[in-house]
Design a binder for this molecule. Structure first.
Ligand code: LLP
Length: 420
């Protein structure tokens, strides 16, 4: 991790001393490296075939500062809600670079997206197709549509983040694709522009992608032969990152891009990609302080001031995140369960992890936390979620302050009969 490195015995984000930063902003906080974000975007974009649209999947990290930085690099957006539409536009991402995915787009959301002039709707059901047709007709226009087809390929990732099999709620089933396209072609409010797929997330091998894309490309050729104007192919996101140094390294964007170039060689099409995790995961860490060390008959717990309300991935997916002490580097010799303060057994960041000896007051960094970290935070246990900080060389800025407890109290309202 070049962007988060030990210098003079302390972990730094670029040129910023994280222990000093913790003193200023308080813990816990997410810290992102602007240089890392640029590096991951540029590496990904350069590896895709020329002319591809990179539509960053906003759900991975929707902070306005992250979106603005990506917008400046020419990145587009893959959105899944009216809220993400608002954020992407506010960050300066042109509507013509926005694709809209998701199984539950409401009429209100579709109206706003169509009025904004987005590039395409990735339609996930026949009911949605009808609803979008009606929205477009009422606005006197045609909605640009790609049908999300479910290639029925197992992404071989965690069950909670696989999306491309028959059992999944996502996309149109493989066997119905032709009928749905034929229906779309008959609707006056729909303009067919492309095809779309997304088979899952944190996929570390190329094989599932290759199997899915081969099917999607074959279907594209068939649909074109039927006279349907499929001009764009959206391959979704899903390329994984290395959460553990001792696992086989995930496929690199270069290999992924080469595979796609080979598959699409004889095909004229606007290619679209929706990477999320790959652009932001390694660009962020979560910094927390050890509140207590607690020893029981069977365990030694390091209790942090960050909890599952700040970073849900370990609790929800048994996800592994490396943990480093801010003072170091030091080798691990003591075994800890690293936990948060939330009143749930699932509030566990690391199970029986060998770490350098920790004591109360020490600072630690939970790595690879830039994707699906802050965005999935909540105020469970009435805990204001962690602040977010963006670093640029030796500068830093708070890009989301910690909500205070008063705000948590004020967001609730008493009904008149309980006021006094
Ligand atoms: N496109 C679509 C339609 C998606 O549903 C997703 C992610 C992406 C793109 C971006 O996938 P990525 O490149 O980030 O893998 N919270 C989970 C991940 C959920 C992913 C949902 N969809 C986690 O923390 O692992």
């Amino acid at each position: 991790m070049r962007y988060f490195e030990y210098r003079d015995g302390t972990l730094h984000a670029e040129e910023v001393n994280l222990a000093a930063l913790a003193q200023e902003v308080g813990t816990p906080f997410y810290c992102y490296s602007g240089a890392a974000l640029r590096h991951h975007y540029e590496t990904f974009a350069a590896a895709m075939p020329k002319g591809s649209l990179i539509a960053y999947s906003v759900k991975a990290n929707g902070n306005l500062a992250i979106l603005r930085q990506l917008a400046r690099l020419g990145c587009g957006a893959d959105i899944v809600s009216g809220g993400e539409l608002k954020k992407a536009l506010a960050a300066g991402i042109p509507p013509t670079r926005i694709v809209y995915s998701g199984v539950g787009k409401t009429v209100g959301e579709m109206t706003r997206a169509l009025t904004a002039g987005i590039l395409q709707f990735n339609v996930e059901s026949e009911a949605e197709l009808e609803a979008l047709n009606n929205v477009a007709l009422s606005l006197g226009t045609r909605a640009p549509v790609a049908i999300r087809v479910n290639p029925d390929v197992d992404a071989r990732t965690h069950a909670k983040i696989t999306t491309g099999t028959k059992q999944s709620k996502f996309g149109i089933s493989w066997n119905r694709a032709h009928q749905v396209y034929a229906r779309a072609a008959r609707l006056d409010g729909i303009r067919i522009v492309g095809i779309d797929c997304h088979i899952g997330s944190q996929i570390v091998e190329l094989a599932p992608f290759e199997a899915a894309f081969t099917r999607i490309i074959a279907l594209t050729r068939d649909l074109r032969a039927e006279g349907l104007p499929i001009t764009s192919i959206d391959f979704g996101g899903g390329l994984g990152v290395a959460y553990r140094a001792d696992n086989a390294p995930p496929a690199e964007p270069s290999a992924y891009g080469a595979m796609i170039a080979a598959l699409t060689r004889s095909l004229e099409a606007q290619l679209i990609f929706e990477p999320g995790r790959r652009l932001v995961a390694e660009a962020g860490i979560l910094v927390a302080r050890v509140i207590y060390i607690k020893e029981t008959e069977t365990k030694r717990f390091a209790i942090l001031d960050a909890g599952m309300n700040d970073l849900l991935r370990p609790a929800l997916y048994d996800a592994y995140h490396e943990i480093l002490p801010l003072n170091g580097p030091k080798a691990g010799t003591t075994v800890y369960d690293v936990v948060g303060p939330v009143c749930e057994t699932a509030d566990l960041f690391a199970h029986e992890r060998s770490l350098p000896e920790l004591k109360a007051g020490d600072l630690v960094a939970i790595l690879t936390a830039g994707a699906y970290g802050a965005v999935m935070a909540s105020s469970y246990n009435a805990r204001p979620p962690a602040a977010e900080v963006l670093v640029e060389a030796k500068d830093w800025a708070i890009i989301r302050g910690r909500a205070d407890e008063d705000a948590l109290v004020q967001q609730d309202q008493l009904p008149p009969w309980l006021e006094n």
